[in-house]
Design a protein around this ligand. Structure first.
Ligand code: HEC
Length: 139
């Protein structure tokens, strides 16, 4: 082997080593969130917590204490027909970015108030609120 060939071999070896090390450390990356609240699966929390958050946040002032709607906001009982958990969380964080369909056009005409954005609320809590809304069943 010439000197040049030796150097090339050494460099190739180093690159390979760094590459393997890079892969290994990537796989070891740990997520400290034990639950991904942006996930589509519901949080393991009972509905009482969802309702108390909804009360605390003031959703009921427009959507009604029974969440069946007032003249300031629609009923939330049909939300599960239209939203997945993920979409609902995204919507609550930024309702004005939602590209309205006919349903939302009708809401705009019917309600003078607008749905406020709740991006100041912890995403974990929005997940709990979303779970509650998606669990509402008409009796
Ligand atoms: C100031 C009144 C007001 C408050 C407070 C409010 N909303 Fe709304 N919300 C509305 C209005 C009005 C709409 C109809 C859409 C629009 O016009 O933006 C709406 C729409 C919605 C929708 C979509 C309904 C559908 O049919 O898809 C959901 C879900 C929702 N709100 C949940 C909430 C939650 C949860 C809270 C509390 C964290 C909340 N809202 C607080 C007024 C309000």
């Amino acid at each position: 082997m010439t000197n040049a060939q030796k150097w090339v071999t050494v460099f190739l070896g180093l690159f390979l080593l760094l590459f393997i090390l890079g892969r290994a450390t990537k796989e070891e990356e740990v997520f400290d969130d034990d639950y991904d609240y942006y996930d589509d699966s519901p949080a393991q929390i009972n509905n009482e917590d969802g309702l108390s958050l909804i009360n605390k946040t003031g959703c009921i002032s427009c959507h009604g204490a029974d969440l069946k709607g007032t003249n300031l906001g629609p009923s939330l009982y049909s939300a599960k027909e239209y939203w997945t958990r993920k979409q609902l969380i995204a919507y609550l964080r930024n309702p004005s970015s939602y590209d309205g369909d006919e349903r939302f056009e009708a809401y705009k005409a019917k309600y003078k108030s607008l749905m406020p954005s709740y991006d100041n609320i912890d995403i974990e809590q929005l997940g709990i609120i979303a779970d509650y809304i998606l669990s509402l069943e008409e009796e």
